[in-house]
Design a protein around this ligand. Structure first.
Ligand code: ATP
Length: 479
């Protein structure tokens, strides 16, 4: 059985073994912090994305979605502040050449203090770090690291370079001939694709404030310390929504979106105590107020989503740099203004990791007669990659034909999986391992009375139901 400390490793192995997540280009030994989603991982990820999309757009009449390009005019990133400010302070150990994010190095040291029963000292350290980060005091951070004799985990020495700022954007060249080429960036967030389209959407959609624009898509960050599986990747996917509001109403909308997003998380069937809000002490260059929704991963409480009150920073910056008016005429108060924005920004890959961590269970099923266990992914049915497995008990006597008919009847409506190989118990276990909530078995009695056995993944209970009810039962569970 996996303990909490090795549960994380168990999830990584399980994800690979059962076709959820593979290291990228693995035949060439992989690429650091880049992952590929396999046959079931991509279904799970798509289901989460669709669920988010539906809850944002279909369920909110005043939110519409867009799909902006990854490449954007380079001035976008000047205006947004990413060229000048999207940095992480980092430090190198001169002996091992290992590079650390300064906040990670200090946090790891504080964790050790806390484990040694020195909680007050650990808290004081974090507070000191946050105030130095807030003041962009790189020299202060370095002396703090030296004063506490924080060591590199590889060399074991305290021989550090100065603390430097490291920009996280990837750049590349646009244009085929080097003389004509322009340096452009791979977007580090999807949000700017929304801001530059604010006027297009507002005018063509005749949108009235308050309204939102949602988008999902890839983002790229050259993370200094990229580890912890799909928690911190260099290429990842975000699901973001920018909500445009009248200035002065940001306090209430910020609280509204905090509550609304927490409701969404709880609708995944995850218990409230697995979440907490974390208010930012150090605000990003654009933020007026900001918090994270943190989830208790097997590696501890970590951010899955950020909620930010951005004021009119982004639209005003784009107005300044593009010289195009980013204003809205509010007929209710007869005024023109640059709208304020509340942003909700959630990482899709981190949500996949959250759902996997919550779903992963190792169960001991041993009886007095025999030892037994299973690994089961208890996904909410609406997110499960496969909803229904159709399993003829044997390969003969006309059972596969009946099973095929059930498949044909159900597969236009939800993802089904057909399998006739191996003993039924083994097939159930394989379906448990990919989180399939329902299995139906076609047996000889089916030929007599048109009933099948339905088996429920979590309870492993079985009951007989008429074939004609299968579709309705599953549809009622997945919406
Ligand atoms: P962190 O502090 O963990 O680096 P962040 O505060 O920089 O994250 P945001 O810029 O607020 O993150 O991005 C919004 C969301 O995008 C995050 O809550 C997270 O879920 C996701 N995200 C950010 N960076 C990564 C990454 N490198 N890999 C996977 N997901 C990420």
């Amino acid at each position: 059985m996996a303990t909490d400390s090795n549960k994380f490793q168990a999830i990584i192995s399980h994800s690979k073994e059962y076709g959820f997540i593979f290291p990228s280009s693995e035949i060439y030994d992989g690429l650091s912090a880049v992952y590929d989603y396999g046959q079931w991982g991509s279904e799970l990820k798509k289901n989460i994305r669709d669920y988010w999309w539906k809850s944002m757009t279909q369920m909110h009449e005043n939110i519409v979605g867009i799909d902006a390009a990854i490449f954007m005019h380079p001035t976008t990133w000047k205006a947004s502040g990413h060229v000048d400010n999207f940095n992480d302070p980092m430090i190198d150990n001169k002996d091992s050449k290992k590079r650390y994010r300064v906040d990670h190095l200090i946090e790891a040291f504080a964790d050790e203090l806390e484990k040694a029963g020195k909680k007050e000292a650990a808290d004081a350290l974090i507070q000191e770090m946050e105030s130095l980060l807030g003041a962009d005091d790189m020299a202060g951070l370095k002396s703090m690291i030296e004063k506490h004799n924080m060591k590199c985990s590889v060399s074991g020495t305290c021989n550090w370079t100065d603390v430097r700022q490291f920009n996280l954007m990837f750049s590349t060249q646009l244009g085929s001939v080097s003389e004509d080429s322009n340096e452009i960036y791979l977007r580090p967030e999807t949000a700017q694709g929304i801001f530059v389209n604010f006027l297009n959407v507002q005018k063509t959609g005749r949108m009235k404030i308050p309204f939102g624009i949602a988008q999902t898509g890839k983002a790229f960050r050259n993370e200094i310390v990229a580890r912890q599986f799909i928690f911190r990747m260099r290429e990842f996917e975000q699901m973001e929504m920018q909500f445009f509001i009248r200035p002065g109403t940001e306090g209430e909308w910020y609280e509204y979106w905090k509550a609304e997003r927490m409701k969404w998380h709880l609708s995944l069937g995850i218990a409230a105590e697995r979440y907490r809000f974390h208010d930012h002490a150090k605000l990003a260059h654009y933020a007026k107020a900001a918090c994270d929704i943190e989830f208790e991963f097997p590696i501890g409480f970590k951010e899955v989503e950020g909620i930010h009150s951005r004021g009119d920073f982004d639209l005003s910056q784009h107005q300044k740099f593009s010289k195009k008016k980013m204003q809205y005429f509010d007929a209710e108060i007869n005024q023109n203004y640059v709208p304020y924005v509340i942003e909700t920004s959630i990482g899709l890959d981190r949500t996949v990791m959250m759902v996997m961590s919550e779903a992963y269970c190792e169960e001991d099923l041993s009886t007095a007669e025999k030892q037994d266990s299973r690994v089961v992914l208890k996904f909410p049915a609406k997110l499960a990659p496969v909803k229904l497995a159709v399993l003829p008990l044997t390969k003969k006597d006309g059972l596969p034909e009946i099973a095929r008919e059930i498949m044909d009847n159900c597969k236009p409506h939800f993802r089904c999986f057909y399998e006739e190989k191996d003993a039924i118990g083994k097939r159930y276990r394989r379906m448990d391992a990919i989180g399939t909530p329902f299995c139906v078995t076609v047996d000889h009695q089916t030929k007599e009375d048109q009933t099948v056995t339905i088996r429920y993944r979590d309870t492993m209970q079985q009951e007989r139901i008429p074939i004609e009810k299968i579709k309705a039962i599953i549809l009622s569970e997945i919406f």
